[in-house]
Ligand binder design. Structure first.
Ligand SMILES: Cc1cc2nc3c(=O)[nH]c(=O)nc-3n(C[C@H](O)[C@H](O)[C@H](O)COP(=O)(O)OP(=O)(O)OC[C@H]3O[C@@H](n4cnc5c(N)ncnc54)[C@H](O)[C@@H]3O)c2cc1C
Length: 275
């Protein structure tokens, strides 16, 4: 008899909020736990996952399972279908079956901020979500992008607060002896968090001093006036889409960095909800 099993790169896991903490005034850490997480994997770094948030008034998200789950999901009535948003694994502790996700409370953190920020603003112990994340049975782990070539001489890591979980994990992972220039744009200096590393890191925090998160060009201006180290770079950029596209253009067109050595991702787009 043949028993067939197929393993997809990603699987759906259910988990419950077991702790919440305010990392900074605008960054809320949600710790999830659940037996399902025994089957999850994370590559660390900028590992992305998708969270399914139940609509207000529902205790847990209704997510169809099985092969055609996505088509069934799309066909669900609007008032039942969960919102899906993308986040980063800030820390995964498989032994404790615990996962930390740090969520930016943009807007006022309530209605109008989008379903992700408003769910995070009101999240309480016992709330339940579904998580689309790498399946531990699948090799390789997918869904992370920080992949500097072996001959990288120095790294440029830059982004806004939505990229802070990824940037912190990336910087923590850099080896001793690696040079890195790190730039993080935040709402105010109250958002500054520790970023330990064995590497030789020059970290610059850029404060918007409460100004809107779009159009200021703080990252572009600060990086534009920075003298880069010698040798082959690797750049990782993530945050508000127009700022990151502009920054990538600067690196490739004005600083002559090979575009293959610049990873960039628009983590959010003004006026748009990105699943
Ligand atoms: C790979 C990846 C990893 C990510 N990791 C994280 C993470 O770890 N933590 C995190 O907080 N976010 C992260 N994000 C960004 C997050 O997915 C978006 O900010 C998302 O739009 C939040 O959903 P929402 O429901 O709160 O708002 P939405 O419903 O998507 O948007 C509602 C409105 O809010 C605006 N908006 C969305 N985000 C912001 C913001 N940060 N500041 C100001 N206005 C905003 C939109 O432009 C829109 O007008 C990540 C995105 C990607 C693609």
């Amino acid at each position: 008899m043949t028993t067939t099993e197929t393993v997809e790169p990603y699987a759906l896991f259910r988990a419950t909020v077991v702790r919440t903490s305010q990392v900074t005034p605008r960054l809320r850490r949600i710790t999830f736990r659940g037996p399902d997480l025994a089957g999850m994997a994370s590559a660390g770094l900028d590992q992305r996952i998708k969270l399914f948030f139940p609509p207000p008034g529902h205790d847990e998200p209704v997510v169809p399972e099985g092969e055609n789950w996505y088509a069934e999901f799309r066909a669900m009535p609007d008032d039942v279908r969960p919102a899906i948003r993308t986040y980063t694994v800030r820390d995964f502790r498989p032994d404790a079956l615990e996962l930390d996700v740090d969520i930016v409370l943009h807007g006022d953190g309530h209605a109008g901020s989008g379903p992700g920020a408003s769910w995070a603003g009101r999240a309480a112990v016992g709330d339940r979500v579904a998580i689309l994340a790498p399946d531990a049975r699948h090799t390789p782990i997918l869904g992370y992008e920080f992949k500097p070539p072996a001959d990288t001489a120095w790294s440029l890591v830059a982004g806004d607060e939505t990229a802070l979980p990824a940037i912190t994990a990336i910087v923590e992972s850099l080896p001793s002896g690696r040079q890195a220039l790190v730039f993080v744009e935040v709402d105010s200096l109250a958002e500054v968090t520790p970023m330990p590393s064995a590497a030789d890191v020059v970290l610059t925090w850029l404060s918007r001093a409460g100004a809107p998160a779009v159009g200021g060009g703080l990252l572009r201006a600060a990086i534009g006036r920075t003298t880069f180290p010698q040798g082959r770079p690797y750049a990782w950029l993530a945050g508000e889409s127009s700022a990151i596209t502009d920054l990538r253009r600067h690196l490739v067109n004005e600083r002559d960095i090979d575009k293959e050595l610049v990873y960039f991702s628009g983590y959010w787009l003004l006026g748009s909800a990105i699943e």
